[in-house]
Design a protein around this ligand. Sequence first.
Ligand code: COA
Length: 375
Amino acid sequence: MTSDQTQPAAGLAGVIAGRTRLSTVGKEGHGLTYRGYSIDDLAEHAVFEEVAWLLLRGELPSAIELDAYRAKLKSLRHVPTPLKNVLEQLPGDAHPMDVLRTGCSALGTLEPESGTHDGLAIADRLLAVLPSMLLYWDAFHTSGKRIEVATDDDSIAGHVLRVYHGQPPTELHERALDASLTLYAEHEFNASTFAARVSTSTLSDFYSAITAAIGTLRGPLHGGANEAAFELISRFASPDEAERGVMEMLARKEKIMGFGHRVYRTSDPRSGIVQRWAKRLADEAGDTRLYPVSERIEQVMRREKKLFPNLDFYSATAYHLLGIPTSFFTPLFVFSRTAGWAAHVLEQRSDNRLIRPTAIYDGPEPRPIVAIDQR
Ligand code: COA
């Protein structure tokens, strides 16, 4: 509740819009926690499927539960034939986020929510099948092949990298992507999660909430920032060129994507973790351009604007070094954040009230209607 009810909070900044048991963002001393665990500990000691289980079921799994969960997710990777037909009909030059949004919605007609196929079951199904959908669509439209997308990889990270590259990933690559999925999994009342909660609050179905979230994540002020950040980083041949280019952009008052945050004030606790992965990948690949360019852009932004990189900035560099095309960066965010979105949908349902704020009216004063032939 804002103290001054005569003025709206622009962008709902600072407004407490609900309660959650899922995560804390920007609390002093604990930059980001999922159900009480710090993001540093989770990224270091847990795999993404453990984190998804934690978010969806409340506690970390035992070793037996994790094995069973990974096996279950593996068994849910197949794309049903009618959905393959839909994916084949979509344009090959569609944005992958539009493909995921459409694929999620289409699956909702094929496997609708019911008493037996409940929210938790749909959450697991989407975590397993969203990567398969995108990879099937991509392979069909780039090589004309109807590929097999249900691999036997234990991890979602391994599954994605194997299907995309047509060969098993190195351990370093799989761990790097896995850690990034953990970092992206949950972030309190961000725009896409809030969209999912608003949809849920009307008692709409699970797929509608996730479809709304995917559409909301797509924008460059939110998840789309990782694609926009890479577009910027890849423009420059050297750190000096990057410094000149960014200074010119700032002089034109342009935003530098991958910097700044609505809630964090001094740093994004996820950024240092993904930066370390980006550095390891750069060293392994012998990269002498992207990582140094990224570092210089960070220095310039700190010096000139006192702004820090958010998760999207070094994720962009890391994803490129994993051989992932830029248009797949935000979809990778979807594969991970589906865990957080789904947990929020379940949480909203557990204590629901319709989300329906009010607005200050700025339009014309009441006036009489004039007959159409006299306007
Ligand atoms: N590059 C340059 N200037 C930036 C900036 C950026 N990335 N982010 C914020 N600023 C500046 C704004 O221009 C504004 O300056 P002004 O007061 O002189 O007009 C000020 O900082 C406040 O920014 P604002 O956009 O109003 O803050 P917000 O809380 O509404 O927005 C973001 C937060 C994340 C949307 C914003 O920082 C942004 O657009 N970042 C780039 C997109 C991005 O990386 N998104 C992913 C977020 S995880």
